[in-house]
Design a protein. Structure first.
Length: 374
C-alpha cells in the first residue's frame, strides 16, 4: 500500500473509531421529513410535463451545452431565464451558475481583494466559507446572529467590507435579523451578501425570499438563490447589478472554467419558477410550518425556534441524536441526525424538514412520536 493510501486509510479509521464515518445510502423511508424538496417540485408531475413542453419549443436544442458559456455553451433561452428569475426576485439582473457551491465560491473568491475584509456569520454554509478562504481578503467571523459582535468586527474592518449571511440557516432553520444587519452595513459602509437558498419558495410573497419580504433589494450587494431546494431542480443564480453580472462573467473562475449546464436543466429551472408564480405552494408550506410549531410548543425538547421549513431538535451528543433518529426511522419517518463535525460538538441534532406533501396527519403523528424523546 502506498503512503497516500495509508494516509487515506488512517483518516477513515479515525472517523470510524469516532462513529463519524459518512456513507452514501439508498434508504428511502415512507414519510419524508428529510429532503430539501419543501414544495414538492422535485417529485411534481406537473413540473415534469411543463419541462417536456418547454424543451420541445427551444430551438436549437442539444442534449449538452458543448462547452463553457463563454465558448459554445451560451443560449438566448438561458439569458432570458436569468432575467425572468431576476425580475421575480426584484433584482436588476443575474448570472446562473451550475450549483450553489459554484455560485458561492465564484462570488466570494473573485470580488474581495487583498486589503479588503470579509465578515461572515459563524454558521454560514461550507461553500461560502470555501469561497472566502480562496480570496486574499482578511476574514472575520461573528457570533451567530449577534449584532453587537458583528459591529465589533465592522469597527476593525479595513478596505472594502463584505458582510456574508444566510437569510435562513440550513442547519438551525432560524432567520437572520436582516433588517438590523443591513442597518449596520449602511452605518459602516459595508456591502451585504445574502444566501437565500433555504428562503426561496418558503419565505415572503410567492417565496421571493427574506430580502424582498423586508424590501431590502436596493440595500443588498448580492443575493445567491439556489434551485436545488424548494424549486426541486439544480443550479443557482447570483442576483445583483449589471456590473456584478459582468464582473462575475470575467473573474469568477467557477463560472468561466466549467461546462455550462445543458438546456434541459435551464428549462427545468425556468419551469419551476413558472410553477411557483402560478401556484399556492408558499402558503401551503407556511400552514405546515405553523401546524408543526403549534404541536411541539409544549414539548419538553430543546428546539431552535424557526419560521422556516427547517426544524431542529438539539441533543448534546452524537449518540443521543443518532438514537433519536433511529427511533423515528423505525416508525417509517425519514428524519436524519446531524452530527459533529457537521455541526459543533454539543449541538448535535435532529433536522426535520417539512414539505407541502406531508399530510397534517403525518405531522401530527411525528409530533406524537417526538413526545417519546422527551
Amino acid at each position: 500500500m502506498t503512503q497516500a493510501e495509508n494516509f487515506l486509510q488512517q483518516k477513515l479509521k479515525e472517523r470510524t473509531d469516532k462513529g463519524l464515518l459518512r456513507k452514501l445510502t439508498n434508504l428511502f423511508l415512507p414519510v419524508d421529513f428529510c429532503s430539501n424538496d419543501y414544495l414538492g417540485f422535485a417529485r411534481s408531475a406537473a413540473l415534469k410535463k411543463l419541462i417536456e413542453e418547454q424543451i420541445s419549443n427551444i430551438k436549437p436544442y442539444q442534449n449538452g451545452s458543448g462547452g463553457s458559456r463563454l465558448l459554445s455553451g451560451n443560449h438566448p433561452y438561458t439569458e432570458k431565464t436569468e432575467q425572468f428569475i431576476a425580475d421575480f426576485h426584484q433584482a436588476e439582473t443575474g448570472l446562473i451558475f451550475n450549483s450553489g457551491y459554484d455560485a458561492n465560491v465564484g462570488l466570494l473568491s473573485s470580488i474581495p481583494q487583498r486589503g479588503d475584509t470579509i465578515i461572515t456569520d459563524e454558521l454560514i454554509h461550507a461553500s461560502l466559507i470555501d469561497g472566502a478562504r480562496l480570496s486574499y481578503a482578511e476574514r472575520y467571523k461573528f457570533k451567530h446572529n449577534d449584532l453587537a459582535d458583528l459591529e465589533q468586527k465592522l469597527k476593525a474592518a479595513k478596505g472594502l467590507i463584505y458582510v456574508v449571511v444566510e437569510s435562513v440557516y440550513s442547519m438551525d432553520g432560524d432567520l437572520a435579523p436582516l433588517q438590523e444587519i443591513s442597518n449596520l452595513c449602511k452605518l459602516y459602509n459595508a456591502h451585504l451578501i445574502v444566501d437565500e437558498a433555504h428562503a426561496t419558495g418558503v419565505i415572503g410573497e410567492q417565496g421571493k425570499g427574506l430580502v424582498v419580504k423586508l424590501s431590502l433589494e436596493n440595500d443588498v450587494f448580492a443575493r445567491i438563490v439556489t434551485f436545488g431546494k424548494a424549486l426541486g431542480t439544480h443550479g443557482a443564480i447570483v442576483l445583483g447589478s449589471e456590473n456584478l453580472r459582468n464582473y462575475l462573467t470575467n473573474f469568477a473562475r467557477s463560472f468561466i472554467y466549467t461546462t455550462a449546464a445543458p438546456l434541459h436543466n435551464i428549462a427545468a429551472i425556468n419551469c419551476a419558477y413558472q410553477l411557483l408564480t402560478k401556484g399556492d405552494e408558499t402558503n401551503e408550506i407556511t400552514k405546515k410550518i405553523n401546524l408543526y410549531n403549534h404541536l411541539i410548543k409544549d414539548l419538553d425538547l430543546s428546539i431552535i425556534p424557526s419560521q422556516s421549513a427547517i426544524q431542529t431538535i438539539l441533543f448534546n451528543s452524537n449518540e443521543r441524536a443518532r438514537t433519536a433518529a433511529k427511533n423515528l426511522q423505525d416508525k417509517g419517518y425519514d428524519v436524519k441526525a446531524i452530527l459533529s463535525p457537521t455541526v459543533p460538538e454539543g449541538k448535535e441534532r435532529l433536522r426535520i424538514c417539512l414539505h407541502t406533501y406531508n399530510s397534517d396527519e403525518e405531522i401530527i403523528y411525528l409530533a406524537n412520536h417526538l413526545k417519546e424523546l422527551q
